[in-house]
Design a protein. Structure first.
Length: 65
């Protein structure tokens, strides 16, 4: 395998970077909004799940009293 010079490597990186389809500002904003909404939904879900498990464990541990 032939060695690549640093200058050739940088040219290759530049060529590959030019092939990337970058998202538009609108697409980025929509995706960010979707991520925030999903994080909020998951936070609510895990909060409810934690509360339910906390209650269940409390009931099980109080059975011995």
């Amino acid at each position: 395998m032939a060695k690549t010079t640093p200058l050739e490597f940088l040219r290759q990186v530049r060529n590959e970077t030019n092939k990337v389809t970058w998202p538009t500002r609108r697409e980025t904003m929509i995706t960010a909004f979707m991520v925030f909404v999903f994080v909020i939904i998951m936070a609510i879900f895990f909060s409810i799940a934690d509360t339910l498990m906390h209650g269940a464990v409390g009931l099980i541990l109080n059975l011995g009293r």
